[in-house]
Design a protein around this ligand. Structure first.
Ligand SMILES: [Zn+2]
Length: 282
């Protein structure tokens, strides 16, 4: 465990980039071998807007990172860190609890709020309006969403006062898990379901990308599935019936245009419509 903390204490930007690109490349290859859906698409063309928004996400997080570092250092130097005080448990559990809090506040809560507050939904819509969900969809976030998510991560850091190494470890796990659960891979159903008792599995997250309610407003988790199970937002739906996108924003051409997507949050508010009960297959 100390080795991992030491590694993330001294991690360089090059190593962080390697983790990010390594992850996306790995899932990019795997999803070509065992795809969940045969999209028959020009993968690189589809990836252009997604990689554009991935770049803005990386840039915003890079520019704002000093806020997390300053907050963490301040809390630790002034003995205000919950991590140092209250987590009087072995290092493994200290790290696990910290990552769980960061996942709850920085990912689950941020995501939940984005679905419930109207203007934030219109910002988050950019992520949902991808008609072909794959590993490149993971960080398809409008720049405003990247700032919102950063804010929630900052609240998480403020709550637990973790050292910078743990923040970087959390962010690395978070990005890999997000690439994993967005990638267009077909795991054996039982394995996927078994995984979904601990982490957010690919099928579990794909249900969140179904084009109609109530599925869109479920399965908000990113790393741990416990939050959805605990707060009653977990849902199951047959993966073969999943249709991506949002029904009230049906134009795939518009939803693939960077220019259009940059302006999407400023359109009038629309939520997806509810699917008929009969179609809600369990
Ligand atoms: Zn969402």
């Amino acid at each position: 465990m100390e080795f991992i903390v030491n590694f993330f204490e001294n991690i360089t930007p090059v190593q962080r980039t390697f983790i990010f690109i390594g992850g996306i490349s790995f899932f990019w290859i795997i999803e070509d071998s065992v795809p969940l859906f045969n999209f028959n698409y020009k993968k690189w063309i589809h990836a252009i807007p997604n990689l554009f928004f991935t770049s803005t996400t990386i840039l915003i997080n890079f520019l704002l990172a000093f806020i997390l570092i300053e907050t963490s250092d301040y809390l630790i130097e002034n003995n205000l860190s919950l991590y140092n005080y209250f987590f009087d448990v072995p290092l493994f559990f200290k790290i696990l609890i910290s990552i769980m809090i960061l996942d709850l506040v920085g990912a689950y809560l941020a995501h939940f709020v984005e679905h419930k507050i109207k203007p934030l939904w219109m910002v988050h819509l950019v992520h949902h309006s991808d008609h072909k969900v794959d590993s490149t969809t993971a960080n398809r976030h409008h720049p405003i969403e990247s700032i919102i998510r950063f804010f929630f991560t900052w609240i998480g850091v403020l709550i637990c006062g973790v050292p910078v190494a743990i923040i970087l470890l959390y962010q690395s796990i978070s990005v890999i898990l997000s690439q994993f659960n967005h990638s267009n891979i077909k795991l054996p159903k039982n394995l996927d379901r078994l995984m979904s008792y601990v982490i957010v599995s690919p099928d579990m997250h794909k249900i969140h990308h179904h084009y109609r309610l109530p599925y869109t407003d479920s399965n908000y988790g990113n790393i741990f599935s416990i939050w959805d199970r605990l707060f009653g937002t977990f849902s199951y739906f047959d993966r073969s019936k999943i249709k991506y996108g949002i029904d009230v924003f049906p134009s795939e051409r518009k939803n693939s245009s960077i220019y259009y997507l940059l302006g999407q949050p400023f359109q009038s508010y629309q939520k997806p419509t509810y699917q008929k009960k009969n179609d809600q297959v369990n």
